[in-house]
Design a protein around this ligand. Structure first.
Ligand code: ADP
Length: 175
C-alpha cells in the first residue's frame, strides 16, 4: 500500500492546501495530512482548531486522515510507515526552500521520497499569511478558504481586545 504524508502548519487550511491534498490523495492509497504542532512561526489557531478545520475540509475524501506531530517530519513519516512526503510548489521562491529541505531530509531518511505538486494556477499566490492578513483587515476571504474557515477567521478577529492580530506576520507569500 502506498502511503504519503502532507505536512504543514495549516494555520489555517486554505484552498491551495485543499487542492494539493485532493490531488495527492489520487496518487497514493492513503494520505495523512500532518499538522506540525511546533513551527518556528507565530500561529493564529491552536493545533486542535487547525485539526478540526482540516477534518471538516477534507473529511469527504475517504483515504485522507489527519494527524499532528512534533518531531522531525521524516521521523513522523517513518513512524506511520509513509514512503513519501508531499509538498506544494507555488512561486519560484518555494522551490529553493523545498529543494533544500528535500536534500536535507534525504540525508536523514534516504528511503523516503519527496513529491512536489505544482500549485493550480488560481492558487499560485495564496498563502495562509495572505489569508490572515486580509481577514484581520476585515476583507473577504470567501474565495480563498472553505466557509467554515472564513467563519473561524471572522470569529478570531471579531473578538474585542484580540491581541492575536499583533502577533502574526503581515506580508508573506512564503510562511
Ligand atoms: P502556508 O505556506 O499556506 O502557510 P504551510 O506552511 O502549511 O502553508 O505549507 C504546507 C505545504 O503546502 C507546503 O508545501 C506549501 O508549499 C504548500 N502550499 C501552501 N500554499 C499553497 C498553494 N497556494 N498552492 C500549493 N501549495 C501550497
Amino acid at each position: 500500500m502506498s502511503t504519503a504524508i502532507y505536512p504543514g502548519t495549516f494555520d489555517p487550511i486554505h484552498n491551495g492546501h485543499i487542492d494539493i491534498a485532493t490531488r495527492a490523495a489520487r496518487l497514493f492509497d492513503h494520505l495523512t495530512v500532518a499538522i506540525y504542532a511546533r513551527p518556528l512561526k507565530s500561529l493564529l489557531f491552536t493545533v486542535e482548531e487547525r485539526r478540526e478545520m482540516i477534518e471538516k475540509a477534507l473529511g469527504h475524501i475517504p483515504n485522507i486522515s489527519v494527524a499532528t506531530y512534533q518531531q522531525l517530519t521524516v521521523e513522523f513519516a517513518r513512524q506511520i510507515g509513509a514512503q513519501a512526503i508531499v509538498r506544494g510548489l507555488r512561486v519560484i521562491s518555494d522551490f529553493e526552500l523545498e529543494f533544500q529541505m528535500a536534500l536535507t531530509n534525504k540525508k536523514l531518511a534516504p528511503e523516503i521520497e519527496f513529491v512536489c505538486l505544482m500549485t493550480s494556477q488560481e492558487y499560485a499566490f495564496l498563502s495562509a499569511s495572505t489569508v490572515k492578513e486580509i481577514a484581520m483587515l476585515q476583507g473577504c476571504v470567501n474565495n480563498m478558504v472553505p466557509p467554515h474557515v472564513a467563519q473561524a477567521l471572522r470569529a478570531k478577529f471579531a473578538r474585542p481586545g484580540n491581541q492575536e492580530e499583533n502577533q502574526i506576520r503581515l506580508v508573506s507569500l512564503r510562511d
